[in-house]
Design a protein around this ligand. Structure first.
Ligand code: ADP
Ligand code: ASP
Ligand code: MG
Length: 414
């Protein structure tokens, strides 16, 4: 008998028919003798609908009330799923985040889980019940409802699995595992049997929203075995595992992309110590997160600085940049929201310096201009024009042979 935490995403509970199918799936797992805690998201499109409603009333809705609103989506699905389970004769009990004391900090819309009281859940499991918990929500120390950021139900599931010391956390979604690239954009993408936790973390932070970044962090930190599976298809999915030393790795395991960033550039800045801080300081003062930053070499005492921010901060960041550019006497400002970030991810990048040059060459050969570059130990990311995204990602996928059977062959192509 194992203790399993299963999470079903928005598409998986997107209609009454799907909720019935999920209930059947849960009962089939229970019939094998396993104890089950189930985490559900809001029905597909519901969180977006609630976001739109709030924005009809206010450009910047009150943070506390916004979370009260957003958390309702998951409350609907825990109740519907529990009703469906009970209708089938399965003892089930639903809980909102606050009912099982999912304690978070007070950062509304991006709260972090601090602790979970598992006593009620344990008692229900002991009594043979399936416990259904609302994903994506918790409460802060003052009892205010908080939400965990988009995709946050993944984090609820992994955190519950960690707290309960579950044998496995299964993330059920609309694809049958983690692929070498988003299968909706790259038809040749290949499902992986396993992926190193480090790589999954980098893929998630580079835009592969198949799992929320914090869920992957949690899994690594608390050593939770996580498997990503399809709700609609049988299969073993992809297991996220801690990396073993001296494991053989292809240089590149996957490609991720992100359309959520915008680029801002200031040209002809009189170069002097502290100038980058003078420009980027006001961004952090306005709580705008800056991702990639590139400063060119100084020529005739002038330098250029370009960086990216999330698209939601674009208007505010553009206004700040205009103001600062005037202040420091820069020549001109150019802003561009129509960009995309494409990242090659792989533990093997550490030891294969040639991956970067091959990436640039592949993009160059099909006429895609690289605007910014950033690298880390296991990632190389470039900013390109958004309209070239599908072309670029598919070309890279082919060049690094990520769709081929034997991963080992990737090493040969370099
Ligand atoms: P859920 O609603 O179940 O949480 P999400 O939409 O958040 O589902 O995540 C699943 C989606 O992630 C897939 O439909 C797919 O388009 C996308 N995705 C992005 N990158 C990858 C990848 N490398 N492998 C698999 N899916 C990916
Ligand atoms: N319902 C939330 C969202 O759409 C949380 C989740 O689905 O994980 O982001
Ligand atoms: Mg998700």
């Amino acid at each position: 008998m194992a203790l399993i935490v299963q999470k079903f995403g928005g598409t998986s509970v997107g209609s009454i028919g799907h909720i019935r199918a999920v209930a059947d799936k849960i009962m089939a797992t229970q019939a094998l003798g396993h104890e089950l805690v189930v985490v559900v998201s809001a029905m597909a499109g519901e969180t977006d609908r609630l976001v739109r409603l709030a924005h009809e009333l206010s450009r910047v809705p009150n943070a506390r009330e916004f979370d009260v609103l957003l958390s309702t989506g998951e409350q609907v699905t825990i109740a519907l799923l529990s009703i469906a389970l009970m209708e089938r004769g399965c003892a089930a009990r639903s809980y909102t985040g606050s009912q099982v004391h999912i304690r978070t900090d007070s950062a509304h819309s991006k709260a972090r889980i601090l602790g979970i009281d598992i006593s009620k859940i344990k008692a229900d499991l002991k009594a043979g019940k399936v416990v259904v918990v609302a994903g994506f929500q918790g409460t802060d120390e003052h009892g205010n409802i908080t939400t965990l950021g988009r995709g946050g139900s993944d984090t609820t599931a992994v955190a519950l699995a960690a707290a309960l010391k579950a044998d496995e956390c299964q993330i059920f979604t609309d694809v049958d595992g983690i692929y070498s690239a988003d299968p909706k954009i790259v038809p040749m993408a290949k499902r992986m049997e396993t992926i190193a936790a480090d790589e999954m973390l980098e893929m998630a932070s580079c835009g592969a929203k198949v799992m929320q970044i914090r869920a992957v962090e949690f899994a690594g930190k608390y050593n939770v075995p996580v498997r990503v599976l399809s709700t609609f298809q049988e299969g073993t999915g992809t297991l996220i595992q801690a990396i073993e030393e001296n494991m053989q790795h292809p240089p590149v395991s996957g490609i991720a992309f992100n359309r959520d960033e915008a680029k801002l550039a200031i040209y002809g800045i009189p170069d002097r110590p502290g100038i980058a801080a003078q420009i980027l300081g006001p961004m952090s003062d306005a709580h705008i997160e800056v991702d990639m930053i590139v400063q060119t070499l100084t020529e005739n005492g002038l330098t250029d600085l370009a960086f990216t921010v999330h698209k939601r901060d674009f208007a505010e960041a553009s206004a700040i940049v205009e103001r600062i550019a005037k202040l420091v006497g820069a020549k001109r400002v150019k802003v561009d929201p129509k960009i995309a970030k494409v990242s090659l991810v792989g533990v093997g990048i550490r030891t294969h310096a040639e991956v970067a040059s091959k990436m640039f060459q592949v993009l160059g050969e099909i006429g895609i201009n690289i605007q910014l570059i950033s690298t880390s130990e296991i990632k190389i990311a470039v900013i390109i024009d958004e309209e070239h995204l599908t072309l670029g990602v598919n070309a890279l996928h082919e060049a690094f042979q990520l769709g081929t059977e034997a991963k080992e062959s990737v090493a040969n192509c370099l």
